[in-house]
Design a protein around this ligand. Structure first.
Ligand code: GTR
Length: 337
């Protein structure tokens, strides 16, 4: 990490610390933490039964990537009922079982190459990658859930997208080309919040990556310098959360009885990576860094939680991906270099 950036972040953190209260003590009971966040922030995941199904609808060789591409049609549940979505999967040739990086995408699943999803770089490590478009699961519109009656703890879009990510894992557990013990969930921004919520809930994610995840992601509310507040996010994006999130916590960012480091700690002892960008003030990099710092004691092995900050804007770049892939490599995920 660039020393200047690191020092700037430390200074910002120290400055911030003088302004706000210490976050609440790390709560070590994972089950309690998850039910707290389900009830009071993201909304409860469903217990209703639905058709659990994943069908490979297309398999083809992709010579330019030396890989096999499979399109899988997966059924999930959303607050609006059952929904099928496509996951696009790339498995590198020449490997028996590979770690898998699931990337939740903003882009349509029909699109492949894009700068936020460096398929070739991932495959080059000897890993597979799967992507699905979040809006194929539930539209990202403020009024998307207005047509249904919602209880205060009803699930919102972040829970629905995270639930769908777990349905991808259901499929990967049946896929002979995948090593189901090494599945990573990667998301940027609102999908970084989603990746964190998915990774905290589902232990089958062996690695969780929250990139520039900001408010209600891997960032302390109590260390927010100039970034997004709870009031702003729950007013603009009411559908992302349980109604409780705005009702209970709006305006209380600096006096909450909890903070986001609890949720990050719920990922332990599995691998966790938090990524910031220096100019991403809306997400507040010092608050993300503080979230790493306050959650890290939950890990006995500190090499299992990674933090990086890079220069530049709110984005998921090749620099970030390199960091996450190197982190996996340090934890012995790959047999190839
Ligand atoms: C912003 C939102 C952030 C972040 C971002 C994104 O508008 O305020 O919390 O999620 O969108 O997802 O790009």
């Amino acid at each position: 990490m660039n020393l200047r950036i690191f020092l700037a972040a430390i200074l910002a953190c120290a400055f911030c610390r003088a302004e706000v209260k210490t976050p609440p003590q790390l709560n070590k009971n994972r089950a309690e933490v998850l039910s707290f966040f389900a009830k009071n922030v993201y909304g409860k995941m469903p217990e209703a039964s639905f058709v659990r199904e994943a069908k490979v609808i297309k398999t083809e060789k992709v010579p330019e990537f030396s890989a096999t591409r499979k399109i899988v049609r997966i059924n999930t549940l959303t607050p609006l009922g059952e929904k099928a979505f496509n996951a696009v999967c790339y498995f590198p040739d020449g490997f028996e079982k590979t770690p898998v990086f699931i990337y939740i995408s903003f882009r349509p699943s029909t699109e492949t190459a894009n700068s936020r999803w460096p398929i070739a770089e991932i495959l080059a490590r000897g890993a597979s990658t799967v992507s699905f478009c979040y809006e194929d699961v539930l539209k990202d519109k403020a009024d998307v859930l207005s047509c249904i009656e919602r209880k205060d703890d009803s699930w919102g879009a972040i829970s629905a997208w995270a639930f769908a990510a777990s349905r991808v894992v259901d499929y990967l557990e049946t896929e002979s080309l995948a090593d189901a013990s090494k599945i990573a969930i990667v998301g940027h921004s609102r999908l970084g919040k989603t990746a964190l919520w998915a990774g905290a809930n589902d232990k089958r994610f062996a690695m969780t990556v929250a990139n520039n995840s900001g408010c209600f992601g891997a960032r302390l509310h109590s260390r927010n310098l100039y970034g997004e507040s709870i009031e702003r996010i729950t007013n603009f994006f009411p559908h992302w959360f349980a109604p409780n999130a705005g009702k209970l916590w709006s305006g209380k960012d600096y006096s909450l009885p909890f903070d986001q480091h609890w949720l990050v700690a719920a990922v332990s002892p599995r691998l966790m990576a938090i990524g910031s960008a220096l100019d991403d003030w809306w997400a507040c990099p010092p608050g993300e860094m503080a979230c790493w710092e306050y959650s890290a004691p939950a890990w006995k092995d500190r090499s299992c939680i990674n933090y990086h900050v890079r220069p530049g804007e709110h984005e998921l770049t090749s620099v970030d991906w390199k960091e996450y892939l190197d982190f996996a490599a340090r934890n012995k995920w790959f047999s190839a270099k």
